[in-house]
Design a protein around this ligand. Structure first.
Ligand code: LMR
Length: 401
């Protein structure tokens, strides 16, 4: 039956992990997938997560099904984390929220809900470039995917003029995907002033903002700071969609913990939207997994654990920043690698968009056992005191050809 099925390409991000695993050289480094590693290159389980897990276990939990939209306390607390405890739609009871299978699942629920219920043209604009999975998620959800300019190759910064021109030229009421903070893959975010201008254009053109917030806490180390864009848009009266992930900020990757929410005009509209979210979700996966949501909720609802978690997010963010400094100094001062590397320090979040070309990335994999995505993005968290020198000298060799 499957003789006509063609071999598909490897996933641009997770395929890198497969190639890394197949390499047996002890010097190998995986800078592909965005997953935090500690100073010894090991996966890191947060202390707050371990403590929360103990609390959950001690409560003797059952393994019953969750409701279709997940653990209600968790989704309530996830919404508070994102929108802020003093958020108007939250206090009005007008945020429809559901648990999701991490950020990807949240985006997919959002895509499917919009494809079915958004009353206007079903076009979504993504930044160019964007996370590699955004296009297939929204295309498979049934939306038409288009791009708006985001990255300026010349300045290795934000193409703000291009971004504004493209959003102004988009058909009215198009959907626009915005990375709330720590833009993936470029590591370049708009400033607060620029976000205000974007919010004004979105209002003027009646665009529908859909925030992807996969890194709250990881950009600046501050939970409220990283929610600035989302909270500003909401304060300006926009109705928004929001995808949240707890993969990175709580290190709950494989537990698949996330949330999808929509702000609505009030409790009555929220009830109708909630009912339709359930109808979208039930045939997809019935109801979400329990364990990770219980862990996240225990952290979010316990003051002491919450403070401990906030401090741990900050520590992870700071280790990444220290690797940026170190890499910049090695390339610029120690090795005098040709090129301008200031962006390694100025970019924020988990990734650096290095400017290395596909030919460089191929040479690095083949000659130095260093793995990254073809677009030259590196996960800064994959670097540590033990491997950064091998990485920097390999980059230097690749650039010098
Ligand atoms: C990444 O961009 O590396 C992460 O968001 C992980 C993933 O699923 O691609």
């Amino acid at each position: 039956a499957w003789s006509a099925v063609q071999m598909g390409p490897a996933d641009p991000i997770l395929g890198v992990t497969e190639a890394f695993k197949a390499d047996k050289d002890p010097r190998k480094i995986n800078l592909g997938v965005g997953a935090y590693r500690d100073g010894n290159g090991k996966p890191y389980i947060l202390t707050s997560v371990k403590k929360a897990e103990e609390i959950v276990d001690a409560s003797g939990p059952d393994k019953e099904y969750l409701p279709i939209t997940g653990l209600a306390d968790f989704t309530k607390n996830a919404a508070i984390l994102a929108y802020g405890a003093d958020s108007t739609p939250l206090s009005q009871g007008s945020i429809a929220v559901t648990q999701s299978i991490s950020g990807t699942g949240a985006l997919r629920i959002g895509g499917a809900f919009l494809a079915r219920h958004y009353p206007n043209a079903k076009i979504i604009y993504l930044p160019t470039p964007s996370w590699g999975n955004h296009t297939p998620i929204f295309r498979d959800s049934g939306l038409e995917v288009r791009g708006y300019r985001y990255f300026n190759k010349e300045t290795v910064g934000l193409d703000f003029e291009g971004l504004k021109a493209d959003l102004r030229a988009a058909p009215e009421q198009s959907i626009v995907l915005l990375h709330a903070c720590a833009h993936n893959p470029t590591g370049i975010d708009p400033t607060h002033e620029q976000w205000k201008e974007i919010s004004d254009i979105v209002a003027e053109k009646k665009l529908f903002p859909f925030f992807d917030m996969a890194y709250q806490g990881f950009a600046t180390g501050s939970i409220p700071n990283d929610a600035f864009a989302l909270r500003h848009f909401v304060a300006q009266g926009h109705q928004v969609a929001l995808a949240q992930s707890f993969a990175k900020n709580m290190g709950l990757y494989g537990e698949r913990v996330g949330a999808f929410s929509l702000t609505t005009s009030g409790p009555e509209e929220k009830a109708r939207v909630d009912s339709q979210l359930k109808i979208v979700i039930r045939p997809m996966y019935s109801n979400p997994p329990l364990h990770g949501a219980r862990i996240a909720n225990t952290i979010l609802s316990n003051e002491a654990l919450y403070s401990e978690w906030e401090a741990e997010v900050k520590t992870m963010a700071e280790r990444i920043i220290s690797m940026r400094e170190k890499l910049y100094n090695m390339l610029t001062h120690d090795l005098k690698t040709p090129g301008e590397w200031g962006h390694i320090k100025s970019q924020i979040g988990m990734f650096s968009f290095t400017g290395l070309t596909p030919a460089h990335t191929q040479a690095l994999a083949e000659r130095a056992h260093v793995y990254m995505t073809r677009d030259g993005r590196i996960s800064m968290a994959g670097l540590n005191g033990g491997n950064i020198e091998h990485f920097a000298t390999s980059v230097d060799a690749a650039v010098k050809g």
